[in-house]
Design a protein around this ligand. Structure first.
Ligand code: DAH
Length: 343
């Protein structure tokens, strides 16, 4: 038995000497240690046929040899890796003295990215954190924590993409799930905005896309009032549109706010006369908002007796349309260079 192991070791050392690259090393490892037919493995399997004492003795010996050989494989592997890197370094040196090739075309930001960046700057200057949330969201955060249980009709108004065969996951139809995520993570007081992509199974038209951007905003604090909310919303719109805007507040219903509002702005594209961007009404529904419902604050792990909040869900693509006078939301993802080159 011992001789067998000695022989294997000899063969191994000869083979190892011939190894020139990682592929050969892998082959070597397979030859000796493959689970099914490795030379070492096979001899070790035979140990079970020995008497107890002999098994103990040879077993220990076998393990020592095995460890030794495997140690050599790791060592060689490190060596080979080092060599490969050194070669790469030689091959891929960069000649920094070469003159630069002039760029033929320089890209630029997409209009949605421009506005998102400006929004982030505006809000960080007011002490808000910018957060992110998952696009593939759990039913729990997307609906349950927002006071929208499974039978609730609000689910139907957000034609959600569910994941096949798993009703627990959805492509988020809004950015609101981040409200509770943020409360869980950061507690109170809290000021955050969350720009992000949302998805709905919508028939598309000039005003609706299946994939669109929102920016969720959430403030959790004590003694908040609706006039704070209106002030911030107006500041936001004027900060981006760089002109005074006219807004109006209508009652709106969303299960996660109470009371809830629709904040509309006078259409910037047509000046209020009516166009396709404002559905010919002169006003654009731009920021649904409201005071955070106590159930949601509770779901966020906070005491609604102590903490209040307000939240808004800015339709940020609509804001881009207003700023640049874009009349059809479908341009955004058309990939049409005639559209994109204008920004
Ligand atoms: N999540 C809502 C939607 O997509 C929009 C919304 C309404 C967000 C009111 C809010 C809010 O934060 O307070 O339809």
């Amino acid at each position: 038995m011992k001789e067998q192991f000695e022989q294997i070791k000899k063969d191994f050392l000869i083979a190892l000497d011939e190894v020139k690259d990682t592929l050969m090393l892998e082959e070597l490892e397979q030859r000796f240690f493959s689970r099914r037919s490795g030379e070492m493995t096979t001899v070790m399997k035979n140990l079970k046929d020995l008497s107890n004492d002999a098994r103990k003795e040879f077993g220990q010996f076998a393990n020592v040899v095995k460890k030794e050989l495997q140690g050599m494989i790791s060592e060689r592997s490190e060596e080979l890796k080092g060599q490969a890197l050194a070669e790469l370094e030689k091959k891929e040196t960069i000649d920094v003295t070469q003159p630069a090739i002039p760029a033929e075309k320089i890209g630029h930001m997409h209009p949605m990215s421009i506005i998102n960046k400006e929004l982030e700057e505006l809000f960080t200057s007011m002490g808000f954190m910018v957060l992110d949330g998952p696009e593939l969201e759990s039913d729990y955060y997307a609906f349950e924590t927002l006071n929208i249980p499974s039978h609730h009709p609000a689910r139907e108004s957000m034609d959600t993409f569910y994941v096949k065969d798993n009703p627990h996951w959805v492509m988020r139809p809004h950015t609101s799930p981040v409200q509770v995520r943020a409360m869980h993570k950061y507690g109170a007081p809290l000021r955050t905005v969350v720009p992000g992509r949302c998805f709905r199974n919508e028939a598309t038209d000039g005003n609706h896309e299946h994939t669109f951007y929102q920016m969720e905003g959430l403030i959790i604090d004590k003694d908040l009032s609706i006039s704070n909310l209106i002030g911030i919303m107006k500041g936001l719109l004027e900060g981006i549109l760089k002109k005074e805007v006219e807004v109006r507040l209508r009652p709106g219903h969303f299960p996660f706010v109470e009371p809830g509002f629709e904040l509309d702005m006078k259409c910037f594209v047509c000046g209020g006369d009516g166009c396709s961007a404002c559905k010919h009404s002169g006003w654009v529904e731009i920021i649904p908002c409201g005071l955070v419902h106590p159930h949601v604050i509770k779901a966020g792990g906070l005491d609604p007796e102590v903490w209040g909040g307000f939240a808004f869900g800015l339709g940020s693509m609509r804001l881009v349309m207003q700023r640049y006078g874009i009349e059809d939301i479908r341009h955004f993802m058309s990939g049409d260079m005639r559209f994109l080159n204008q920004f």
